[in-house]
Ligand binder design. Structure first.
Ligand SMILES: [Zn+2]
Length: 277
């Protein structure tokens, strides 16, 4: 297969109500999460179907066991389901034993819900402990998507870094592939206010400007890049925002050599083309 000039990966964190339940949120904040399975995901699935786009959904096990039909609909539509913790825990705050336990149990539950072992583990809140990536490696994940050292090129996660304010000793690349992410390509900090409803809420046109400029730059300058968008059904699923996402899709489709793909397939292709030395 000819390497596409640019791959666009649409990813959706289907957090549902998991993060508010685990943080003790009340009925209002829990209902905001409930917008995802009730409204956001069906809208997203219709959009992806209209444009024949395979995408990636990162799902906490809490969502998989609470909103079974929602996750079943994602699987039935042929999208990837990756693992996103059990109840959207900040794993950096867990003990070593609890972190190991959460990652093992959530991977097993996502495997049950999706019918195949999840390939990807993006940490909830993109928060990693010193151990998380080693655990992900040991559990057989193919990729992480929580780091920011590149924008559109995959790379191998380094393990064994030792940091000191005088000098850091950098470790060595591991088998685990990184799909780099960025807060600027994440819908949440642009659109969603804090937990009291206060804070800036961007117009979709502002986010559209940033996302399309990143798309055009990567297409022109970074051959074989992968532009990864991070979205949340309860945020991007609102009318004005999903209309913006559709305009983004149409703009990408105008560019020669742009394809949309799910991340497990992107990572598989990349790892085959970039074997470990
Ligand atoms: Zn999340």
């Amino acid at each position: 297969m000819v390497e596409p000039q640019l791959t666009v990966a649409l990813t959706f964190d289907h957090d549902g109500i998991s993060s508010e339940v685990s943080r003790g949120g009340g009925p209002v904040l829990i209902s905001r999460g409930g917008f995802g399975p009730r409204v956001g995901v069906p809208r997203i699935l219709r959009l992806l179907d209209r444009h024949r786009i395979p995408a990636t959904f990162f799902v906490p096990a809490h969502t998989a066991v609470t909103f079974r039909e929602s996750v079943a609909a994602i699987v039935a539509a042929g999208h990837e389901v990756g693992c996103h913790g059990w109840a959207h825990e900040d794993v950096a705050q867990l003990s070593e034993a609890d972190e190991q336990d959460v990652m093992e149990r959530s991977a097993a539950e996502i495997e049950r819900a999706a019918g195949r072992r999840p390939a990807g583990f993006p940490a909830p809140y993109w928060s990693l402990s010193e151990r998380t990536l080693e655990i992900a490696l040991a559990l057989g994940f193919a990729y992480d998507s929580s780091l920011m050292a590149d924008d559109v090129h995959l790379y191998r996660v380094r393990t064994g870094d030792r940091h000191d304010v005088q000098r850091s000793a950098l470790g060595t690349p591991s088998r685990l592939v990184e799909v780099p992410i960025s807060w600027s390509l994440d819908d949440w900090p642009h659109f969603e206010p804090g937990r009291l409803g206060l804070g800036p809420m961007s117009a979709p046109s502002k986010v559209e400007e940033i996302w399309q400029a990143e798309l055009l730059y990567a297409h022109e300058h970074e051959r074989s890049g992968v532009l990864t968008l991070t979205m949340h059904p309860e945020a991007i699923g609102r009318g004005s925002r999903i209309a913006m996402l559709e305009r983004f899709i149409l703009a990408a489709r105008q560019l020669p050599g742009v394809v949309f793909d799910r991340l497990d397939h992107v990572v598989e292709r990349w790892a085959a083309a970039n074997p470990m030395s």
